[in-house]
Design a protein around this ligand. Structure first.
Ligand SMILES: NC(=O)c1ccc[n+]([C@@H]2O[C@H](COP(=O)([O-])OP(=O)(O)OC[C@H]3O[C@@H](n4cnc5c(N)ncnc54)[C@H](OP(=O)(O)O)[C@@H]3O)[C@@H](O)[C@H]2O)c1
Length: 429
């Protein structure tokens, strides 16, 4: 055990910063034993020093200038939990260039500029650890880098956003419509006042970019991930899906197939017996499939002060161990390939269609005919209550290419028998 302590600087004392601070205080003895030395918080940067805090911090520990931390020669680990791209990128890059290791929970920064930070860290042989950036408290990054390192990863499927999972769960359980469930999530603190990053799938796409870079050893341009959020999901879709034996989840999917590499975030009908189907409320879960290990599942709380603080502190401990043993930079970034992404229109999937059709003989046969001509075959169909002279019809297709489905939709919409295709959602087998 080393005498004294390793100095860290914390940039941010919001949700994650407070959870990190609290755990470092509460578990300081066991953290000292596990790290091999004490962890001393030398300075904490915030935007506004006099703001009320949920943790009891000595006022002289606070600064409004994050550069004081980065430029302090005594700080060995810079812990960034402030969020956003700038100035976080500039601060971490400077810390790395000065030979400091960094810990961050910043998914947006890593998804957009991870390569730049990793290249700089490799050059300086320092650590960049980021377990908290994906799925909060659930260990996933370290298992992928270490425990599953022997495997060729075939597929990663995750519920990576707690806000949307909470909303979809409330819609399914309580029959709330999307807007009501979103309002409730905001009141309970599970959704931001501007929910677009969660609801539109950006947050899940950032996390998918980070996870798949590690899993597949490739740089991932986050803007090339196909992304669709949950705001088009209606309570009818959830009810019809249930009748057909499915639940609807926002899934992040990365898979390597013989025809290419696929990355997508979109709502999906999952069979009720699928291991991810029972993941409810604000919980996250990730299923990883490797050629040696088979399927492994990770489940837990994907956000919040305690869970994310747990991941950040674990990274601090790991980094401290490496510093003590002169072993920082031991696990450099291995995503040095640039795997070509399969175009979204070439992706194959089963699909759910919900549409309003003219309620007269021959209509269903005509729709089925168009689908058949485009190579989209029907697995099941249910016809629901009439709405005047219209009937609501739900179809589930067999696996078909996205572009065949798009062409079918266009042709069906050109007829006079389908006033509205209300929703089209992916279905997993
Ligand atoms: N919240 C979660 O559950 C969660 C889970 C996983 C990952 N993350 C990631 O963790 C990061 C932090 O999230 P959070 O929810 O903790 O955010 P937050 O509650 O908004 O806290 C941000 C903190 O950073 C400080 N800050 C902002 N700009 C600053 C600046 N220019 N200089 C110094 N300090 C600055 C703020 O200071 P003031 O307190 O003075 O305003 C605040 O303490 C984000 O990257 C987020 O994506 C969050």
């Amino acid at each position: 055990m080393k005498e004294g302590a390793i100095n860290i600087g914390l940039i941010g004392l919001g949700t994650v910063g407070s959870g990190t601070f609290e755990l470092l205080q509460r578990n300081s003895d066991l953290i000292r034993r596990r790290a091999g030395c004490g962890i001393n918080i030398r300075r904490i940067a915030v935007r506004q020093k006099d703001k009320p805090r949920s943790v009891d911090v000595a006022p002289d520990l606070l600064t409004e200038d994050a550069w004081e931390i980065v430029n302090d020669p005594a700080v060995e680990i810079v812990v960034e939990v402030m969020g956003g791209v700038e100035p976080a990128r500039a601060l971490l890059l400077s810390a790395i260039e000065q030979g400091k290791s960094v810990v961050t929970a910043n998914k947006e920064l890593l998804a957009k500029h991870g390569a730049q930070l990793m290249d700089a860290a490799r050059e300086k042989r320092v650590d960049v650890n980021f377990e908290g950036s994906v799925a909060g408290g659930i260990p996933l990054i370290t298992p992928l880098k270490q425990s599953l390192a022997a495997n060729r990863i075939e597929r990663v499927t995750g519920i990576l956003n707690g806000t949307t999972n909470y909303i979809l769960t409330r819609m399914a359980r309580e029959g709330l419509d999307f807007d009501e469930a979103l309002r409730e999530a905001q009141q309970k603190g599970f959704a931001e006042s501007d929910p677009s990053s969660d609801v539109d799938g950006h947050d899940a796409a950032y996390k998918l970019a980070i996870v798949s870079a590690i899993a597949f050893g490739s740089r991932i341009p986050v803007e090339e991930i196909f992304r669709e959020g949950i705001s088009r999901i209606r309570i009818q879709d959830i009810r019809y899906a249930a009748e057909l034996g499915y639940v609807i989840k926002l899934l992040a999917i990365a898979q390597s197939e013989s025809e290419g590499f696929e990355l997508r975030v979109h709502p999906t009908l999952l069979p009720v017996e699928h291991p991810l189907a029972s993941v409810s409320d604000e919980f996250n879960a990730i299923m990883v499939e490797g050629d040696g290990v088979g399927r492994v599942m990770f489940y837990g709380k994907g956000a919040g002060a305690g869970p994310t603080g747990s991941a950040v502190v674990a990274d601090i401990i790991d980094t401290a161990r490496n510093i003590l043993h002169g072993a920082t930079g031991r696990i450099p970034c291995t995503c040095d390939q640039s795997l070509p992404l399969r175009r979204y229109e070439d992706v194959k999937s089963m699909f759910y269609f919900r549409m309003l059709v003219a309620d007269r003989p021959g209509v269903l046969a005509r729709i089925a005919g168009i689908l058949g001509e485009e190579g989209v075959s029907i697995a099941s169909m249910i016809q629901k209550g009439e709405q005047g002279r219209l009937a609501e019809v739900v179809w589930i297709t067999h696996r078909a290419r996205q572009k065949a489905v798009d062409r079918s939709i266009q042709r069906i919409q050109e007829t006079d028998i389908v006033p509205q295709i209300t929703n089209v959602i992916h279905v997993t087998e």
